[in-house]
Write a protein that binds this ligand. Structure first.
Ligand code: ZN
Length: 224
């Protein structure tokens, strides 16, 4: 039996919610699926928000209360995720060891990156969308992820299980990692994630409990 985990949802407002308030959008759909375990920061909703107006301490103060209530962070990945100024912070704070006296849960979060299905205009869509923008399955069965589409904070925390790489079954690919354990931030399609949400959350918690096995970058570099 797994215990319920509070989940912090990170997303790029302009891709996921803007223009879709009150209609189907992936953020609200996920929050609904998570029920009382969903948490999210509202800063990304504020269109006039300018990160440069805030000091690092202020950014920390804005995001940390949400992160520290959560055990798992789910990043909804879309084409503009890599341009968000919030998301690198949300990932960084999720990865940090936290020592709040008032908190029972004092340590870092498990992380999952969920690719949202896209239409040909690269907008996330509920039906008929695809994932070819983010990944491609090779004939040998290995999946190649187009990592340059991802924020650097994700790029630097995937395929990072120490000594976790091997050759593919057919021998044509080097540096293949297990999809469940090979990356601290597991990358998964939305369609797979929602079919087994608790399973992915449990696996993220397992990786978090084995944090020392991963080569993670925790802090931002030049805001990224
Ligand atoms: Zn191969």
């Amino acid at each position: 039996m797994s215990t319920p985990k509070k989940v912090f949802v990170s997303y790029k407002f302009s891709d996921v919610v803007e223009g879709r308030e009150g209609k189907f959008n992936f953020r609200d759909d996920l929050i609904e699926r998570l029920g009382q375990n969903g948490l999210r920061h509202k800063g990304e909703d504020d269109e006039s928000f300018d990160m440069e107006d805030y000091s690092e301490d202020e950014i920390y103060q804005k995001i940390a209360p949400y992160i520290k209530k959560s055990s798992i962070t789910v990043v909804l990945i879309t084409p503009n995720t890599k341009y968000s100024k919030w998301i690198p912070w949300e990932i960084s704070l999720s990865l940090r060891e936290r020592t709040y006296k008032e908190e029972q849960n004092m340590t870092r979060n498990g992380l999952i990156g969920v690719y949202l299905p896209l239409n040909p205009s690269l907008k996330p869509v509920e039906t008929g969308g695809g994932y070819s923008y983010y990944l491609e399955k090779k004939e040998c069965g290995t999946t190649t992820h187009f990592t340059s589409k991802l924020p650097l904070m994700i790029q630097d925390n995937i395929f990072n299980l120490r000594n976790g790489d091997h050759k593919c079954n057919k021998g044509c690919c080097d540096k293949v990692y297990d999809s469940n354990t090979g990356s601290y931030v597991q990358l998964v399609k939305w369609s797979d994630f929602v079919n087994d949400m608790q399973g992915y959350i449990d696996k993220a918690w397992d990786r978090r409990n084995n944090f020392g096995d991963y080569e993670c970058r925790v802090n931002l570099k030049n805001g990224m």
